[in-house]
Design a protein around this ligand. Sequence first.
Ligand SMILES: C[S@@+](CC[C@H](N)C(=O)[O-])C[C@H]1O[C@@H](n2cnc3c(N)ncnc32)[C@H](O)[C@@H]1O
Length: 398
Amino acid sequence: MQEKRSLLSIDAIPRETHDEASRQKYVSFLRKFIMSDLSSEMKDFYFKDVSKAIVYDDANKQSQTVKIRRAMEKTLFYKVWSSLRFNAQEMTWSSVQNQVERSLPDLVKVSKDAAKIKTDKASLSLDPNLEVPKYVSKLDIHQMPGCFHTEYVSGDVAVGAVYAHGTKVFGGAMKKSANPGKGGVADTISNYLKIKYPNFKPKRILDIGCTIGSNLLPYKKVFPEAELYGIDVGAPVLRYGHARAVSMNIPVHFSQQNAEKTNFSDGFFDLIVSSFFFHEIPTKSSKLVVREIYRLLSSKGITVHMELPSVHEVDPYYNFYIDWDAYHNNEPHYASFRKQNPIELLVNSGFKEENSYILHLPDRGGVSDHDFSKAVKGDGSPPKHGNYSSYYFFGALK
Ligand SMILES: C[S@@+](CC[C@H](N)C(=O)[O-])C[C@H]1O[C@@H](n2cnc3c(N)ncnc32)[C@H](O)[C@@H]1O
């Protein structure tokens, strides 16, 4: 039995004013309008008015994608859509910044109080000497001010709080809930594992690039006996994530480490996961990280990573559409990550090809339990990637 904590929920500290709440709602619905309604109109516009002028002279999806981008960039529709999307992205973070700044002293205090609580199942271990990789420190990834690592005050957690609240604004209006209380990447993949491998009982689970642990904590529900570990290079997000986990009474070992080379021993983990991680690091680093995953995984371990579908798996228009972030959203590695074949990435790191896989799953919150089980068993056609209704994963069994 775990000891009950009575720590204040760090998530609940930054309180929005009436006007801030309205602005956040506006931004959330503006994003939905851009990403659903306008995006679907833009697709119709492309096929009706633009595609016919493009000469496809080969079957190379990458060069077709470039042609589509060049043609679309000349159109007013794309220019307006892209500007709106860029502005909505900036507004997402700025809509929560004031409430975070106002409550920063309280946020830091709660995080410091949480850090004093030490058990053998929960800890926060920061490394002031860790060099934050330039691919994180030199830019504000997806325009989030301060990225994941910047510290403005001692013991800072601000960027963790901006991430926690900003991501709610970012996706809030788009999430579907046919299956209330369920859904999200971790809930989807942990329940996939439970259905697919009923005898799989991981002792230790590692989430790489865990940020504030949003897609790590849900594993405790499905695998209550497992010890959870989260690593990230950003100290403020780890402090925030640790305080959040303590207040939710979910024990996690958070540590500040570079996933390219960690301090864990060989075969330490039975399950290694990540979400929204690989597309933010250079391809050279992704190779090092997958090699490290292979080293860290136990002999019957499983690794699963939620990501963007590779170039080879989607049509050229969708390639053009999802690569927007690479050109306009401070995600310079996005397109080069997608050019890789995830199976090759795994095989080149030691995993057997026959044990490596690509998965398309519906979000567990968007379908009934029955339909989710059917999808896990591969019954029916796989869902298309996109807009929180379905996910793309790659992974392997060791
Ligand atoms: C988009 S965020 C991941 C989001 C998180 N997994 C979630 O589901 O909420 C990417 C994270 O990876 C971290 N990161 C980037 N490079 C890293 C590396 N080499 N080792 C560990 N963490 C890294 C960043 O600091 C950031 O917190």
